[in-house]
Ligand binder design. Structure first.
Ligand SMILES: NC(=O)C1=CN([C@@H]2O[C@H](COP(=O)(O)OP(=O)(O)OC[C@H]3O[C@@H](n4cnc5c(N)ncnc54)[C@H](O)[C@@H]3O)[C@@H](O)[C@H]2O)C=CC1
Ligand SMILES: O=C([O-])CC(=O)C(=O)O
Length: 258
């Protein structure tokens, strides 16, 4: 499977390194869409990829699937065109808080017979949640996210501080780089207006910790994920980058688990 990447930041570099240099399987990154070619030209020789600044040339290059690893704005502006030509993997899932965009990409995917894959990112348990909601009987879903204070706010803290309490729909607007996980969690069951988010800035931790709680007719479940940060962007968890690779590997596999 040939991958076209959008973005050349922390997650994109993880994927370039792990897929093109370390992995010995059938996945390969061939093309990278960037806004500034000069800035990233070293990637071409380092990873054997071709850089593009023209979206259509990127989409017409030798790729089977587009992986977005940029930001919510890039999803809004680029993904509707991408989905007309290719399957897409999105990690800046927060963009889909915009219902008009969600409907647009869903309809385009239907019309052009492509798929939109939303990796679990920095959390887990989405398989369980979707199963538990197969009859529409999940009744509550919440996520408490605790991150190093400096990842979330500029204000210096000596003690932990709750910086957000409310619904996922509002959390992602206030923290578009930090709480994409709440939107994939929302899309997996109760939606952005019924999924509860609490965010805590903690000056005493190094990890990105997400606690997900769900209840319904199935029973209840709690997951705590203590993520190591990605060194090149500590706001982002290592697992979030890995989840894209996991999604790509599952696409290749003939046995689908979960
Ligand atoms: N779903 C999840 O669980 C998670 C999602 N994320 C999201 O993943 C995305 C990428 O994260 P990182 O790699 O850590 O961020 P980063 O800031 O290291 O890299 C983003 C890159 O995208 C580039 N970019 C921005 N707009 C672009 C555009 N229109 N076209 C091409 N390139 C563009 C930037 O120049 C930058 O190099 C962010 O939106 C982040 O919020 C991060 C962690 C978890
Ligand atoms: O990486 C994480 O721990 C979560 C994150 O930034 C996001 O969901 O946007």
């Amino acid at each position: 499977m040939n991958v076209g990447l959008i973005g050349a930041g922390a997650i994109a570099n993880f994927l370039l390194k792990e897929i093109n240099l370390s992995q010995k399987d059938t996945i390969s990154v061939k093309s990278v869409y960037v806004r500034n070619k000069e800035k990233y030209e070293a990637l071409e020789s380092e990873f054997g990829v071709k850089l593009y600044t023209d979206l259509h040339a990127f989409l017409d290059s030798e790729i089977d699937i587009v992986v977005e690893a940029a930001n919510v704005e890039a999803v809004k502006t680029l993904i509707p065109e991408c989905i007309k030509k290719k399957d897409v993997v999105l990690i800046s899932v927060g963009a889909l808080v915009d219902n008009a965009l969600l409907l647009e990409v869903e309809q385009l995917a239907e019309k052009h017979n492509h798929f939109i894959h939303l990796p679990s990112g920095a959390i887990g348990g989405l398989d369980l949640l979707q199963n538990a909601h197969a009859l529409g009987t999940v009744t509550s879903v919440s996520i408490t996210t605790r991150k190093p204070a400096h990842s979330l706010i500029d204000e210096p803290l000596t003690e932990e501080k709750i910086i957000f309490e409310g619904k996922a729909a509002d959390a992602i607007i206030q923290f578009p780089k930090n709480i994409n996980v709440s939107i994939v969690l929302s899309l997996a069951s109760l939606g952005i207006h019924h999924t509860t988010v609490r965010m805590i800035a903690d000056p005493h931790i190094e990890k990105n910790i997400h606690q997900v709680e769900m209840k319904g007719e199935f029973g209840d479940a709690t997951f705590t994920i203590k993520n190591n940060p990605l060194p090149s962007n500590p706001k982002t968890s290592y697992l979030a980058a890995m989840s894209i690779l996991g999604t790509l590997k599952r696409l290749e596999s003939k046995i689908k688990i979960g």
